[in-house]
Write a protein that binds this ligand. Sequence first.
Ligand code: PLP
Ligand code: COI
Length: 370
Amino acid sequence: MTIPLQMAQKDLEFSVTRNEQPRSAEERELILFDPGFGNFFTDHMVDICWSKKGGWHRPRVQPYGPIALDPAAAVLHYAQEIFEGMKAYRHADGSVWTFRPDANAARMQRSAKRLALPELPTDYFIESLRQLIAVDADWVPSGAEMSLYLRPFMFAKEAFLGVRPAEKVAYYLIASPAGAYFTGGVAPVNIWISQHLSRAGKGGTGAAKTGGNYASSLMAQAEAYENDCAQVLFLDSVEGKYVEELGGMNVVLVYKDGRIVTPKSDSILEGITRDSILQLARDRGLTVEHRPVTIEEWRNGVESGEITEMFACGTAAVVTPIAQLKADGYTIGNAESPAGELTMSLRQELTDIQYGRLPDRHGWMLRLDE
Ligand code: PLP
Ligand code: COI
């Protein structure tokens, strides 16, 4: 990754304004006891401005709070926005770590390119994480399976209604203490197959982490809830035949012969959790296939017993077993299926690395609180 010259270390000077009314220790402890997902936010946030003329400037840490936006800000009209999702983990010795932040920084740069936004250099991205942890480290929970979810995002803030790439942009980082993403914890979930609605199209923004992809998933997600499913599975928008991904997670299938298969497509978000799980599987000597997968292959594989386990994975959901897929007119698998053995063992290995219980043999972890 090349870092532009104006991003030299001297520019990484963040101004810090402390929140004068942070939550009390008692209030914070109460929240950290059972935060759920995405409900509560820490006392501070980071922001960095960008303009076409001045590049990245004015990095700062400030109290968490509402953002003043001109009603004509381009993001509110044309959705020029991207985000990332990652976590800070507390290790047994109290230290605070994050997982593969360079991969999130690189993906945010790819998303930025696709949405005609400026690319935030990796050192700015990582420094923003360190700066937030420097003031909000007490918000990183120490409970089992808990973490501080980190949400970097960037949007067009220029007040201009012409449709073109904005010339004023803001990068923000906020954080939210997190337990399990699904209310049932790590229990297997049912998934709704969307047969009429697409998340992303050919040549579209499916591979970018941009809010529009999530907006277009919501109607199908509502259908999923109506059908007692926790998430929605999207198929390709051209033939409705190839498996893509869930609204907010990638999918992985385990075959009886030990193969691990996951869909490949230009309109899937390339998950960092999936990439890491596939690496752990390869380390165990398992064969990994990253290739187009049809919904027919999935259905036939489960019916014949060739496919023995299936799971969803992503930062928020970690690794979540899939019990059954439901569609108009058919189902795949059994709603009562227990979590797969390999699924849970890969999950355990990944979280053991993230929480510092196993050696970090791939150099994935970065300490944030020093
Ligand atoms: N696919 C979508 C649509 C997502 O929102 C996410 C979550 O970030 C993922 C896949 C998994 O990505 P990652 O493992 O990097 O969190
Ligand atoms: C994440 O896993 O970080 C995501 O962005 C997915 C979202 C459903 C919370």
